[in-house]
Design a protein around this ligand. Structure first.
Ligand code: FE2
Length: 393
């Protein structure tokens, strides 16, 4: 999905931070070559943040953490505490942890006015045992061993005056002034990306609520679609997953399926809810729903791509579908997936003139129309999923 203005915002943020950084480094008397290499690191970092800022929270925070860990040399462990109100979730890159989630409270950490500071010795062990209680038995040996993670650089990420996250980098040796300066810039960069991520996910929530409201209105208007959109979405995203599509595409398959019949909102309900056979004229009216749906969705920049999938959900592999008569791979993949899921759910649900069909009948219908109505690869996968019992009525 496009968040063009967010990208512009991020681009200007990273330009701004690069300028701030250059001035800071010049003041520190860095030589040119070294300056160039540090700038390059920041440029790389900000473009990688840009890529993950629209990802879901967990992926975003883990990426921030791992990029931060690699930003300073020889860092052994890195932790990010992400606060929601007074409670903070500890995010760690450790693989050997038990997988149990660790939570801390804001008040457990003493307030220090500097944005980045270093703690060492007993104090660092105290903090580490809060962040990773399940390996606390190992921490006992830290005191005696010579210096494992004795130094912790702590950086506060504040958004709008509120402490949003704390970044901890653990290392055997201390951090020098130059590294602290670098960490301050890193912390500013993370701050702006955390703020942007919060904003983007709030937008996402709003959009999701809007879509669900639209679906509810449709179901009110067309009683046959009750639950249909959701069933199609579940099956379509399952198919997308089994086809090996990316998380992003699976998500799109889900949302496009939820919306696939949204254009029916403007089809008269006497036609939609008619119990007898439709006349040719009435059917011509119903056939307009993919184009109407497409029209509604293209008003939003973010939903444009979904609009395309909605437009083509009644195309057929052999080119005999509507509205454009596209065939084969000219039909977008997600539309081909929706076509199979849609047919399945239509056959399995009750209609006034017939009961829902049993699963083996549906299986044979999909199989028979493979290569004609349906993409043969998707139809084959679908039949396989029925045969294995993964899809059942
Ligand atoms: Fe439809």
């Amino acid at each position: 999905m496009h968040h063009s203005f967010v990208y512009v915002l991020l681009l200007s943020l990273s330009v701004f931070f690069n300028i701030v950084l250059v001035r800071k480094l010049i003041l520190l008397g860095f030589e040119k070559k070294r300056l160039a290499s540090i700038l390059l690191r920041f440029k790389d970092l900000s473009s990688r943040f840009r890529d993950v800022v629209i990802q879901r929270e967990e992926v975003f925070l883990k990426t921030v953490l791992s990029l931060s860990k690699n930003f300073i040399d020889d860092v052994k462990n890195a932790y990010l505490v992400y606060f929601q109100g007074e409670k903070g979730k500890v995010i760690s890159l450790e693989e050997h942890s038990t997988g149990e989630e660790v939570f801390v409270r804001k008040e457990e950490f003493s307030y220090i006015p500097e944005r980045v500071h270093v703690i060492s010795g007993q104090d660092s062990i105290k903090v580490l045992s809060k962040l990773q209680p399940n390996v606390v038995h190992q921490l006992g040996s830290i005191e005696t061993s010579d210096g494992w993670s004795k130094y912790l650089a702590v950086s506060d990420i504040q958004v709008g005056g509120e402490l949003k996250a704390k970044l901890f980098l653990a290392r055997e040796r201390s951090f020098d002034q130059e590294e602290i300066e670098l960490l301050k810039s890193l912390s500013s960069l993370i701050t702006s990306f955390v703020a942007t991520h919060n904003y983007v996910s709030a937008q996402g929530r709003f959009q999701k609520d809007m879509i669900l409201t639209m679906i509810r209105i449709l179901e009110y208007h067309d009683k046959y679609t009750k639950g249909h959109s959701k069933n199609v979405a579940t099956i379509a995203s399952l198919l997308a997953e089994r086809l090996g599509l990316s998380d992003e595409m699976i998500k799109k398959a889900y949302w496009a399926s939820l919306l696939h019949d949204i254009g029916k909102i403007v089809i008269p309900s006497q036609i939609l809810n008619k119990e007898g056979k439709l006349t040719i004229e009435e059917f011509e009216v119903i056939k307009k729903h993919p184009a109407y749906g497409h029209d509604f969705l293209t008003t939003s920049e973010d939903l444009k791509e979904l609009a395309k999938y909605v437009l083509h959900h009644h195309e057929r592999w052999d080119g005999k579908g509507y509205p454009m008569g596209l065939s084969g791979e000219d039909i977008p993949l997600i539309s081909r997936i929706i076509a199979v899921a849609d047919a399945y759910d239509a056959m399995r649900s009750d209609r006034p003139y017939r009961k829902g069909l049993p699963i083996d009948v549906i299986r044979n219908e999909i199989d028979e129309h493979s290569g004609m109505q349906f993409d043969p690869e998707i139809a084959k996968l679908f039949v396989k999923m029925i045969d294995s019992g993964e899809i059942r009525n």
